[in-house]
Design a protein around this ligand. Structure first.
Ligand SMILES: Nc1ncnc2c1ncn2[C@@H]1O[C@H](COP(=O)(O)OP(=O)(O)OP(=O)(O)O)[C@@H](O)[C@H]1O
Length: 325
């Protein structure tokens, strides 16, 4: 549904060139919820602006729903943009219009007749769980409800792709979870492809099927969560399934080990750790992410036996992530 080919974006500034995106190639299949994560300045906003053709890439191409948006004329671009819905951190609703009128706005622009508009708006209000709040003005809605209106408005013209730019950054954790659940629900019902730009790995954990980690305009890592979290040495896996903090005063040279896959593999790893006389667990966690089980542990390994212990753990299927010694 979305193909990025060797995308490069260079800004000319007074102090010289800024390479915001550098050789980005990515495929996002239809119906996937794909998280783009990265720290401030990684290039996330530039990427989303290239996807909507608000920004033209310096080189490379952006293909959304079969149309090369990076090469379209303005007239064709307007049509293509209707196939892309946008959800922002700050919803920017018209304060003087009701929720229903806000959702109707893109339909009016698209020339949908008034009677049809009313039916579609009610469908959309129902879809986002605001079936009886169509007459409310934005000031009468909570932050989460405003975001629901924002999502309904983005879906009004039946886009094939929903681009969400930090959709929950302004919301508390409970509302965040509800909005992410709504996004997943919308994907399940409509089969829409969703891209979520976020700096919060918790958003990826909660809702994404796949993720891409950006740093300095480049892809550090990308893939379905089930693949990423079981990849030894994966920075995304480290960010998504962090090992619990080791208490202060317990800062000896620790070894981080991990295992991933089915429950049997975790059980095998736990057994190997528990029966290893020269290593003990200082901190650890086991979680299910992307449908697979992932375990990560900090082990205190007796100094003299390190090589033998690590080779036994490796033989038992554990990955040695980080040997601090
Ligand atoms: N219009 C612009 N002109 C010049 N440089 C820009 C412009 N927009 C972005 N940049 C630069 O491009 C790089 C990537 O910026 P971008 O805003 O895409 O990152 P980001 O990951 O979205 O960051 P944040 O999470 O802070 O929004 C940064 O170095 C930024 O300073």
């Amino acid at each position: 549904m979305i193909t990025l080919q060797d995308l490069r974006k260079v800004y000319q500034t007074r102090s010289g060139e800024v390479v915001a995106l550098d050789g980005i190639s990515l495929e996002i299949p239809q119906g996937q919820i794909h998280g783009i994560v990265g720290q401030s300045g990684a290039g996330k906003s530039t990427l989303i602006r290239c996807l909507t053709a608000l920004e033209r890439p310096t080189t490379g191409s952006v293909i959304v729903d079969g149309a090369e948006v990076s090469a379209l004329s303005e007239a064709l671009l307007r049509q293509a943009r209707r196939r892309i819905g946008m959800v922002f951190q700050h919803v920017n609703l018209f304060e003087a219009r009701t929720a229903a009128a806000n959702i109707a706005y893109p339909l009016a622009i698209a020339g949908v007749p008034r009677a049809q508009r009313a039916i579609r708006v009610q469908e959309l209000l129902d879809l986002v769980g605001l079936g009886d709040r169509g007459d409310a003005y934005p000031a009468q809605l909570s932050g989460g409800q405003k975001q629901r209106v924002g999502i309904a408005r983005a879906l009004a013209t039946e886009p094939a792709v929903l681009l969400c730019d930090e959709p929950t950054s302004a919301l508390d954790s409970t509302t965040t979870r509800q909005i992410l659940r709504l996004i997943r629900d919308v994907r399940d019902r409509l089969g829409i492809t969703v891209v979520i730009i976020t700096h919060e790995t918790s958003v990826v954990r909660e809702v994404c099927d796949a993720a891409t980690l950006l740093a300095d305009g480049r892809i550090v890592e990308s893939g379905p969560l089930a693949d990423v979290v079981t990849r030894p040495g994966s920075p995304l896996s480290q960010a998504l399934v962090p090992v619990p903090d080791v208490g202060v005063g317990d800062q000896r040279a620790l070894v981080q080990v991990s295992a991933g896959g089915a429950q049997a593999q975790i059980a095998h790893a736990l057994h190997a750790i528990a029966t290893e006389p020269d290593a003990h667990v200082v901190a650890g966690s086991i979680e299910t992410l992307g449908g697979v089980r992932v375990g990560r542990w900090h082990l205190d390994v007796a100094d003299g036996d390190r090589v033998a212990v690590l080779s036994r753990l490796r033989a038992a299927g554990l990955a040695i992530e980080d040997d601090a010694a």
